[in-house]
Ligand binder design. Sequence first.
Ligand code: FAD
Length: 263
Amino acid sequence: MKEPLTLDELRASLAHVAGSDFGMREPRWLSRFGNETRLADTYRQGRVLLAGDAAHMHYPAGGQGLNVGLQDALNLGWKLAAVPREGAPDTRLDSYHHERHRVGQALLRNTEAQSALMGFTPETLALRELMNGLLRNPTVNRPLAEHLGGLDVAYPDAPVPSPLQALPPLPGWTGRRLPNWDLRLSDGSPRPLYSALHRGHWPWLHAKAGPQAPTRWEPAPGWTPRLEVLELDISDDATPLHGLGGLLIRPDGHAAWAWAAGR
Ligand SMILES: Cc1cc2nc3c(=O)[nH]c(=O)nc-3n(C[C@H](O)[C@H](O)[C@H](O)COP(=O)(O)OP(=O)(O)OC[C@H]3O[C@@H](n4cnc5c(N)ncnc54)[C@H](O)[C@@H]3O)c2cc1C
């Protein structure tokens, strides 16, 4: 491990990079960080589960580490509760690795790409200028912003929660992360979607005429999670749920299953 950072070292470094130390003085806190890029081979080994920086280390470009670590925890938390409390199969914990490891891989790739833009050689400065121009285009900027914010994370390969196969899925919905929609219940009252996640249940959103939630639901034999049933008014064309018959949502806010209206 390297020695703690001193003000003299920081001054010398800044003078080297920027040509001046800008008269820095009286630091409150000095810390050094490196450019390690490492990913655990597996996020689960029996009873040991890795999340956050224990699972992925990288250059802090783009301010993503904490965010991705929290999303690891959100993915893992409901599964950790479901196995001992609700009788979910132990393999459900393996899905934590399957769903989050590839997010860690993408995180490392994009921080490495950003590190390539950090130098001060003429080539790097030219590349940065080029990127600056490209990023003024919203078509380029938006997907990158969604990626850095973790908003584009989806788990399309998530196992089908039986017995929902009877309701043919709408393409593109399974595993998608859902925003905090302002829902309107069938009695006219408003309800933000995320409030339905507070108790760790699975929200079952359905149109008045759509399939009702089962009274007892077993996504796998012996596993009986709780549903949070919300009957919605989706008559308004502007509602994000327009055209949907219903939606089952995982406790981490990702869609488990969506089916079309009229089913
Ligand atoms: C300069 C810099 C800027 C950053 N900026 C951002 C940003 O803007 N946005 C963002 O999302 N992320 C950012 N990050 C990344 C973010 O700080 C980390 O990803 C995040 O703090 C990791 O959280 P963690 O809980 O996984 O690990 P840590 O924060 O490292 O927490 C692990 C804890 O475990 C404790 N511990 C270790 N060993 C033991 C032990 N044996 N027993 C008990 N306790 C132990 C440690 O003391 C520590 O408190 C930045 C990182 C750096 C270096």
